[in-house]
Each structure stands twice: as C-alpha cells, then as structure tokens.
Write a protein that binds this ligand. Structure first.
Ligand SMILES: *[C@@H]1O[C@H](CO)[C@@H](O)[C@H](O)[C@H]1NC(C)=O
Ligand SMILES: *[C@@H]1O[C@H](CO)[C@@H](O)[C@H](O)[C@H]1NC(C)=O
Ligand SMILES: *[C@@H]1O[C@H](CO)[C@@H](O)[C@H](O)[C@H]1NC(C)=O
Ligand SMILES: *[C@@H]1O[C@H](CO)[C@@H](O)[C@H](O)[C@H]1NC(C)=O
Ligand SMILES: *[C@@H]1O[C@H](CO)[C@@H](O)[C@H](O)[C@H]1NC(C)=O
Ligand SMILES: *[C@@H]1O[C@H](CO)[C@@H](O)[C@H](O)[C@H]1NC(C)=O
Length: 496
C-alpha cells in the first residue's frame, strides 16, 4: 500500500529533473561530516599465495577462466598493497581523509575457510595496516566479505550452501575478536546483490532462482553476525555494524501513475530485496507477490523467493546501525506489459519494468552506463523514507575511465556534482548523510573488467614492478574538499 507521504515523495521524484543551469552547492559540509576513500582486498592486495594464504573463489576465476576477464588479467600482484600498505596509508594521509574503507581477505585469515586454523601472518598484515592508520588518525571502515570467499568454501557451493550462514558467522566472530579493539565501523558484506546475481561466477546473470537462494543465505548470515556482535562484542568494543548495499537511482520515465509505480518496483527489487529484510524485517510485498504469482504460473508448488521464519524476521529486523550505500548511476523506469512466463525464469522478468538512460545524458562514464549525479537526491530520499530515516554512509561513488589519465577532469567534476546533490539533499530534505567515500584511492583490479576500468584518485603503473602510484588532478581536488569541507575552489569559497 502506498502512503500519502510516500506518494508525495514520488510526485516530488517525478517533478524533479536536472537542469543545465544547476548551481553547485556552496554550503560547507558540517564539521563532523566524514570524507574517505575505499578499496577491497582482492582488488589491491596481491600476495595471492603468500605467507599461508589459500586461493579464493576469485583467484580461481582469474587462473582457471582468464577468458572471463575482459583483459585476461589476474590480481596475483594487483597494486601490491600486501607489501605496500605503508605507501597506501601515506597516500591517505596526503589527501587528508577521515576514514579508509577496506576489506579483509577470508582466505588470508582462515586458509581452510574455518576457524580451526588462523593464519598468523595474515592477521599480522591487517594488524600492521590498522596500526599504521591509527598512527595517522585515519578511521578504519572494514568490510568482512567483499565478493570473494575461500575456494575451499566455493567448492562446497559457497553462498548457495545453507551452511554458509555458520561458516560466515564463525569467520565474522574471529574478525571481531582479532580486530574489534581498533575497528568501530564494520560492514558484513559488500554489494550482496551483485555477488548473488553473479553467484555462478561466470560474468553473466543466473536465472531467477539461484540469486534468491544466495540472497536468503547472505541475509541470514548477516543477521547472525549482527546479533553475535550485539551479544558478545558490542558492550566491550562499542562498534557499529551494517551492510553495504548498492543501488542505482530510479526515476520515472514520465509522471504517469504507471511509470511512478515502475520506479517503486525497481527500487524494491534492487535495494528493497536486501534493505527491507534488514530495516523492516521481511522481503518487500511487491517481490513476494510478483515472484509468487509468476512461480505459480510456472507450475511450481512454492515461490522461487524463499520465506523467512518468524525467528529469522526478528533477527533481521533492525540488524544495521547505519545504512551503507554504493551508488554510481541513474535509470529512468517505464511500465511494461507483464513479461511472458519462460523456462528458465529470469529475475528481469520478475521485476517486469523496463529501464533506460536517455541519449542526451552525455555525461557518460562506463561504456554502457551514464553517471547522472542528480539521481542521488531521490535515491537518498527513498532510503530516508523507507528505512526509518537511518544515518547514511555513502561507502562508494566514483567514475571510471579506460586511460588512467592524470588530467582526470571528468572524474573531478563528477565527484563534485555528486557531492553537491548530496549536500542539497542534506540541507533541503533533512536526510542524514554522515559520510562520503570515493571509490577508489587508486586504480585497481576491477573484477570482470580487469585493469581496463580505472577509478583511482591515484594512477597505478601496472607495468612497473614497483606499482608506482601517481596523484591525478582529482586527488588534488579531493584533498581540498577533505581539508575545507567545501566543494568550490574559487575566491568566494563556501558559506557556513
Ligand atoms: C574454478 O574455475 C573453473 C573455471 O571457471 C570452474 O570450472 C570451477 O568450477 C571453479 N571452481 C569452483 C570451486 O568454483
Ligand atoms: C554444504 O556444506 C556441507 C558442510 O557443511 C557439506 O557437507 C555439503 O556437501 C555441502 N553441499 C554442497 C552441495 O556442496
Ligand atoms: C549455476 O550453477 C549451478 C550449480 O552450482 C547450476 O545448477 C546452474 O545450472 C548454473 N546456472 C547457470 C545459469 O549457469
Ligand atoms: C512512461 O514513460 C515513457 C518514457 O517517457 C513513455 O514513453 C511512456 O508513454 C510512459 N508510460 C506511461 C504508461 O505513461
Ligand atoms: C520490524 O520492527 C518494527 C519496529 O519494531 C515493527 O513495526 C515491524 O512490524 C517489524 N517487522 C516485522 C516483519 O516483524
Ligand atoms: C623501483 O623502486 C626502486 C626503489 O625505490 C628504484 O630503485 C627503482 O628504480 C624503481 N624501478 C622502477 C622501474 O620504477
């Protein structure tokens, strides 16, 4: 059911469009607003088989199926951060960030996947990194699983095995225990939506069944780890636990009721799939009804969308202390006829909405996706209205190019625009955004894109054994933002 308030917000979304004469926000960010940068273990560390680390699911993909990586590359060395963490922290210090978001490699800490054997060298690596951050007053924001899991667990069907819930919570307990004195902001998973859509690790989407099973296990694993932290660690360590969810912004293709409903449906299937169980205790009604009806039409006895038990709903409901969001783009949504029933089924047909990006959105970043920063405002309002006005940490936002150019004017201007629309949202809509994090501090291994997509504020020379890091123009700009909390670089600066 659509409440009057939500309807008003959607009309607002419908009438909200970007204008060529948009004026960048000159209001300074609040003194306690935090600026940071992000990376993940597999994408930067290298040292893939050093000091007792076992292979992860992604080491297996890059070694056994290099053809599935766009440039046939692997992350055996990547940015070599396993050996260069001090250089990494020096870059963070140079920019002046408040926080550094990174992830832990499960197979570096627990080579068998299980806590029977803790790899001391792996633990020491993260302890050293945390010590270096502390010495430089940079707050760690730590992701426990960022896409990769130990290959040993992948061989047991990984996310698709219900035992994953226990494997994960045992591992999370080890992380809380080992690092919780230094880490006060934890996120359990990064982008479980993407991890589950690609659960077959083939670079192509699976078909409307496995991803719901995967998500069901990941959600229950998250809840178990959240409750475990609450019971065993929170009183002594005093940290917060959340989960990093990713979503594009969705805006209706026109202000018709059908297209506005299509926007809601897109949000529920993309973000609500994970956010609704965690913030409201169950899958969104529209997912339950649409997948249930289509499963029935396919002749199945039960829905392809699994159901939570009452106890699981209770454990999930409210299992995040903040909302962590990764966002990169915006789509317009259009209502379509009910898609036909097919075998195998597909998640896109379950959603039953068409999305597009108009050609005139020239501000293109990825080959096939445009950035459209104005969409962040309706997206943040959606989160505020549907998930109990949470504190929002933007854990990823950024801009890829293929060249790694040091004169990265487009990246600079995109970060500036996103931040300006975020500042508008805080100021004009009262949405509680508390932190922003650029993906990424440096060019790194971008999964199926290999090294062909570069998001860094620093260029990395992947042809040099030194993996030399060089600041781009965007690094200088972001340094100024971190120091002044102001987006505009001119004589007038910001108002307080
Ligand atoms: C390792 O990769 C190969 C090649 O893609 C694949 O056939 C195999 O299933 C993978 N192993 C696991 C456990 O995922
Ligand atoms: C799931 O994990 C259990 C161990 O907890 C294992 O016995 C079982 O074979 C796994 N299932 C699959 C399909 O690999
Ligand atoms: C994905 O892998 C599972 C086994 O893990 C297999 O049953 C299924 O057919 C695969 N699906 C696709 C779309 O590749
Ligand atoms: C939805 O928006 C699209 C794109 O603007 C438009 O072509 C279509 O007619 C709209 N559909 C309805 C039902 O209003
Ligand atoms: C989740 O908790 C809220 C607030 O306590 C409550 O209103 C809601 O009914 C709960 N959701 C479920 C599915 O139990
Ligand atoms: C790598 O770094 C070492 C030590 O700083 C230096 O001597 C060497 O010239 C560098 N090599 C390259 C290819 O940059």
């Amino acid at each position: 059911m659509i409440s009057i308030l939500k309807f008003a917000v959607l009309v607002f979304i419908a009438s909200y469009s970007f204008a060529d004469d948009y004026v960048l926000n000159r209001k300074r960010f609040p003194p306690n607003f935090k600026f940071g940068v992000s990376t993940s273990a597999f994408q930067i560390e290298g040292g893939w088989n050093e000091d007792g680390k076992s292979p992860s699911s992604w080491d297996n993909i890059t070694h056994a199926a290099p053809d599935s990586i766009l440039d046939g590359s692997n992350a055996d060395v990547a940015c070599d951060s396993y050996h260069k963490y001090k250089e990494d922290v020096a870059m963070l210090k140079e920019i002046g960030v408040n926080h550094y978001r990174f992830s832990l490699s499960w197979s570096r800490i627990l080579p068998t996947g299980f806590p029977d054997q803790i790899n001391q060298a792996g633990v020491t690596y993260y302890k050293n990194l945390l010590r270096e951050l502390k010495a430089n007053s940079i707050e760690p924001v730590v992701t426990i699983v960022h896409w990769e899991i130990p290959l040993a667990l992948q061989e047991l069907n990984g996310f698709l095995n219900e035992s994953f819930i226990d494997w994960y919570s045992d591992y999370a307990a080890v992380c809380f225990d080992l690092f919780g004195d230094d880490v006060k902001i934890w996120t359990t998973f990064n982008e479980p939506r993407g991890a589950c859509i690609h659960v077959n690790l083939s670079g192509s989407e699976t078909g409307g069944l496995l991803e719901y099973e995967c998500a069901h296990n990941v959600l229950r694993a998250h809840a178990k780890a959240y409750r475990l932290y609450e019971e065993r660690f929170k009183a002594t360590q005093g940290g917060k636990v959340g989960i990093v969810l990713d979503s594009a912004s969705f805006m209706p293709g026109s202000d018709s009721a059908e297209n506005i409903t299509a926007t809601r449906t897109s949000y529920q299937f993309e973000l609500g799939w994970f956010a609704n169980p965690i913030f409201n205790g169950d899958y969104p009604e529209i997912m339950k009804s649409r997948i249930g009806a289509r499963s029935h039409a396919e002749g199945r006895k039960s829905s392809r969308l699994p159901e939570f038990t009452e106890a699981e709903k209770v454990a999930l409901n409210g299992s995040a202390d903040f909302f962590a969001l990764n966002t990169y783009t915006t789509f317009l949504t259009v209502a379509i006829e009910e898609p036909p029933i097919t075998d195998p089924p597909s998640r896109n047909q379950d959603i039953g909405v068409s999305t597009y990006q108009p050609d005139e959105w020239e501000d293109s970043s990825m080959e096939d996706t445009k950035s459209a920063p104005w969409g962040v405002r309706p997206l943040l309002n959606w989160i505020n209205d549907n998930y109990n006005q949470p504190e929002i940490i933007i854990t990823e936002n950024g801009y890829p190019d293929s060249t790694g150019t040091l004169q990265d004017v487009k990246r600079l201007s995109l970060i500036q625009s996103y931040l300006s629309y975020i500042r508008d949202t805080m100021e004009q809509d009262g949405v509680k955004v508390v932190a922003y994090t650029v993906w990424s501090i440096m060019d790194n291994f971008e999964w199926f894109h290999g090294y062909s997509q570069k998001y860094g504020l620093y260029n990395v020379d992947f042809n040099s054994p030194n993996r030399t890091r060089t600041p781009k123009l965007s690094a200088q700009y972001y340094k100024n933002v971190c120091h002044t909390k102001c987006l505009i670089v001119d004589d007038n600066g910001c108002t307080d």
